[in-house]
Design a protein around this ligand. Structure first.
Ligand SMILES: Nc1ncnc2c1ncn2[C@@H]1O[C@H](COP(=O)(O)OP(=O)(O)OP(=O)(O)O)[C@@H](O)[C@H]1O
Ligand SMILES: [Mg+2]
Length: 357
């Protein structure tokens, strides 16, 4: 390779989309005439190392914003959310909510209901015809920027779902999940969200008090919103119920929901007053990605008992006394699940695992 060919090669590479690379390239070009051999060596090393350059979060956001030219939809409408966010957040909104705008499911993003480590929830205006005025959009943070909750306890016995919500059978892909490679983690992330969506679908169809799911993609779930514009429903732990009898009605309703979920092979797995929305007497149980099937997970009875314990503890403040362990055993047997699991002395939990708080 001569110097001309080399500079041609370098010029071609200048256009590539790797942020740190052009800066390096300039300093490289200055030395061009000095030592051709070392330049060629350097170039090949640069090529190798540039593959390893990780894009920072802000670079990714810049790219999203650059590529999210307002697109034309229907009669020339553009996606221009009312909600004013930081540049950083706007990146997520454009990338993950614009597709729902294009599919004519939402027309606007009104406010951020809550932002957390795992997901942000937004209140959106629904497209006329969707059957609701407002919808909630839960955007999971993309796996690479999200602090992953330790989900191995809940994953046991669960099928892996792809981005279409279909079971993954491919051995290599399943091995990647077990191994925890980058691809495997990506698949786990998609599967985690897929389980939340499918669980909502199943439980909503069964008549449980859960948000109606409308649509989802790799990072987002669109579902029924509880609350009104600029005021979302509180979580039950933030509410003061007006009387003991109202609290008792609500307690009975929650137990009815748990019963219904058990009939549909579903244990919430993180049930507490923090995951129950309350709005003018209406309730919705939310946040299902970790839901487990009582038949497929060796820790399922322990998980179930913990759910009921937290629920009963909350209602104690209204002087509603109950025995969560007996209740758990009763419902477990009622639905015909393996009674061996109820005996805490059996060693089915042989990994020595303890439930996280
Ligand atoms: N359908 C909905 N309608 C109204 N508000 C909602 C809805 N879904 C979620 N929210 C709001 O968003 C918050 C977070 O939702 P969710 O619990 O599903 O996500 P999360 O990432 O698990 O958050 P956290 O870690 O706080 O539990 C809820 O506490 C509630 O305030
Ligand atoms: Mg939650």
């Amino acid at each position: 390779m001569n110097a001309n060919q080399l500079s041609q090669l370098l010029e071609n590479e200048e256009s590539e989309d790797i942020p740190e690379y052009p800066r390096r390239r300039r300093s490289l070009a200055k030395t061009e005439k000095k030592d051709l051999e070392s330049l060629v060596l350097f170039t090949s090393l640069s090529r190798k190392s540039k593959k390893k350059i990780k894009k920072t979060e802000s670079v990714v956001i810049d790219e999203i914003l650059q590529h999210s030219n307002p697109s034309l939809v229907g009669d020339e409408q553009t996606f221009s959310p009312t909600f004013k966010s930081s540049r950083h957040e706007r990146g997520w909104i454009m990338e993950y909510l614009e597709p729902f705008f294009k599919q004519q499911m939402i027309t606007d993003v009104i406010s951020r209901v809550k932002g957390g480590k795992e997901a942000n929830v937004y209140c959106c205006r629904a497209f006329p015809g969707l059957g609701a005025e407002l919808v909630a959009a839960k955007i999971y943070r993309p796996r690479m920027f999200r602090s992953l909750r330790n989900d191995s306890l809940y994953r046991e016995g669960r099928i892996v779902l792809d981005d279409q919500g279909k079971e993954v059978h491919n051995d290599k892909a399943l091995h990647a999940v077990t191994k925890g490679s980058a691809y495997g983690k990506e698949l786990s992330h998609t599967s985690w969200l897929g389980h939340e969506y499918l669980t909502l679908e199943r439980l909503h169809a069964a008549g449980a008090d859960v948000p109606k799911p409308y649509s989802s993609d790799q990072n987002t779930i669109l579902m029924q919103y509880l609350g009104e514009e600029y005021q979302s429903a509180a979580t039950l732990n933030e509410v003061h119920l007006p009387s003991r009898s109202k609290a008792k009605n609500l307690f009975d309703r929650m137990i009815h929901n748990v019963d219904l979920m058990m009939a549909n092979k579903c244990i919430h797995g993180d049930l507490s007053a923090y995951n129950i929305l309350y709005w003018q007497g209406e309730v919705l149980i939310i946040d299902f990605p970790q839901a487990v099937n009582p038949k497929n997970n060796r820790s399922s009875f322990e998980i179930f008992k913990r759910d009921l314990t937290r629920l009963c503890q909350y209602f104690q403040r209204y002087d509603i006394q109950s025995n969560p362990v007996e209740l758990a055993q009763y419902l477990w047997k009622k639905h015909g699940y393996n009674t061996m699991m109820i005996d805490s002395n059996t060693d089915w939990n042989d990994n020595g695992r303890v439930l996280p708080e």
